[in-house]
Design a protein. Sequence first.
Length: 378
Amino acid sequence: MPVRPLSKEAEEMEGEAESGAELNGEGEESEEEQSGSQSETEEESSEMDEQDCEQRRIECLDEMSDLEKQFSELKEKQENTRNTPEKSHRRETDTCSECGKSHTGVKPYCQCHPCACKGNTAVPKKQGWRLFKERLSQVKAKLEEVATGKATEYIDPLAVLQNNMKIRIEVAGIYRGFCMEVIKNRNDCELQGAKQHLESEKLLLFDKMQSELLERIQRLEEDRQSIDISSEWWDDELRSKRNRRKWDPFRPEKKKRAPLVAGPYIVYMLRDLDILEDWTAIKKAKAAVSPQKRKSDVVLKAEKQQYSARCEDGRLYYEGECFWKGQSIVVEIKDEAPCHAVITAISTGEVWLRRDDGSKTKLYVSQLQKGKYAVKSI
């Protein structure tokens, strides 16, 4: 069939439709490039949340609305061109390339469109409207998909975000497990160190007490041996004197005279050996009585202690309260104003403090027990 060339109005409409399609294509390409770049940034940052996803969805809706406005403007433009009066047409005789006949009449279209001799003037308009409607239906379908959350531009980044979320949750769980294991190992190390320190302190105290007791035993043995030696020496000397007196034939025997007592004198009728034995017995009795005296002294000291204070495991226990290193306290001194201080060190029998002015003070546990100093927590 011969094809008539289309008019200039149809050409303009088709050009506008093609330009709109190109604009739409460029919009889609730009949209795809933006979505690709956004997806890459989302994968690199891995910190996008649902709020960012919602913002991107709103941006997609805005772009779709812009495209819809462009198509509406295109539609209005086509209607305006339809309502404008046609240009003056020139009448001329021309031979149709399709049918081979010469026609004299109106030629509103150019030679690239179908021939106008067949009366096919409405074909380009129908094609442009069909393309416009198809594109408009595609845009509306895309808008509905975006509104319902089924669009690929929304589902793909959402899937990436969900995958990143799962990975981060797994990593956080593994990290939490490692942290718990580290804390448990650290606690075990501290407990083991405290036990080893306690055992070493026990051994040192045992060795110290053992050495003191051995020294005491050695001194007592030396005292006992010296007492035995002196008693034997006295015994030998007395025996030698008696033997001399007894076997000396040239020495006349002297008669014992009765002692003249003129006042309240005490006459000891014991021998020197008996006196030495009594002296050793008295000394042993004193040694046996001394531990009891020491125990009584300890009891008296305990009675003198007005306040309970002790140091255990690097902590100070005073009147039912517990104080530790680095704690801020208030120190009360007799006949002086109380002052603030910080505990810097705690040993078995003393506590080191640092006052507000920077000076350091040492408190003994015995001073706290006697009431010379008092400690309170802030």
